[in-house]
Design a protein around this ligand. Structure first.
Ligand code: TYC
Length: 124
């Protein structure tokens, strides 16, 4: 029954004279009361100065991509202006993005990453 809940609704009827009558209970499928946490994409932006090899290293070190996959993603970012590195809960996405930005700064490259919320799916 996914995460729907059975909700019981009780009603009490009295007759016209106010004498107590019957009590009935119906069960309805209630709206889910729990919400899954929103997810966030970590994106990396292209720029004109960061060496390609540095971006490949970042994708391997912070996101666990193989060298081949990291090269593909780096080239996609280089071509299209930005690219998705992964989808995480908010805290993990913020942490990864901050780590990437700090690592780029420490190495004096202008590389920037950011996070964006993934729009909600109805049936998630
Ligand atoms: N455009 C950079 C260059 O030509 C390479 C690059 C790729 C930089 C991806 C950032 O996110 C980036 N050296």
């Amino acid at each position: 029954m996914s995460n729907q809940e059975l909700k019981l609704i009780k009603s009490h009827k009295e007759d016209k004279q106010g004498n107590s009558g019957s009590t009935s209970t119906i069960a309805v499928l209630d709206k889910p009361k729990t919400k899954k946490p929103p997810l966030y994409r970590v994106i990396i932006l292209n720029d004109d100065y960061t060496p390609m090899e540095f971006v490949v290293y970042v994708l391997q070190a912070f996101f666990g991509f193989s060298r081949d996959k990291a090269q593909q993603i780096m080239l996609a970012i280089h071509t299209h202006g930005k690219g998705v590195c992964g989808i995480f809960t908010k805290e993990v996405a913020e942490t990864k993005s901050t780590q990437v930005n700090n690592f780029a700064k420490d190495n004096e490259h202008p590389l920037i990453s950011d996070i964006e919320q993934v729009e909600e799916e109805n049936d998630r």
